[in-house]
Write a new protein. Sequence first.
Length: 131
Amino acid sequence: NTVSDWIKWEKQYLGEAFMNGLVISQHVMLRSNLIDPLKMENVGSGMLTLSKEGFVLKGSILNEPIEKHFKMEQISQLPFDPGVRIEIPNEEMFLRAYPDNFYSVFDYVLVFDYLNDLRLNKDKNNENNNE
């Protein structure tokens, strides 16, 4: 067995669990370049939740409430640093979420990768059926 085999197995396991109702939710520290465009600084915290209903960040930035909802179809993959952080889609600033449990970064990423594989396979099957 190789690391690659383990990752494939873990992605399949987490993906199937997610499709059967698994929810991944972690408290995160938020860092952003909101204060100084050239520096990533601690700006708040919140809860980052991934469920079949979507990808949600609820918390506060600079003591102001923030709530971001993304439908699963809106995100094909998440930029991340393994075991460190997840990039949160945001048009106004760079926003990075650092989970208290840094191992969970990989869980979020593998579920998104699994869902993206499902979409790609569905698209490929639709193309084959239209030929």
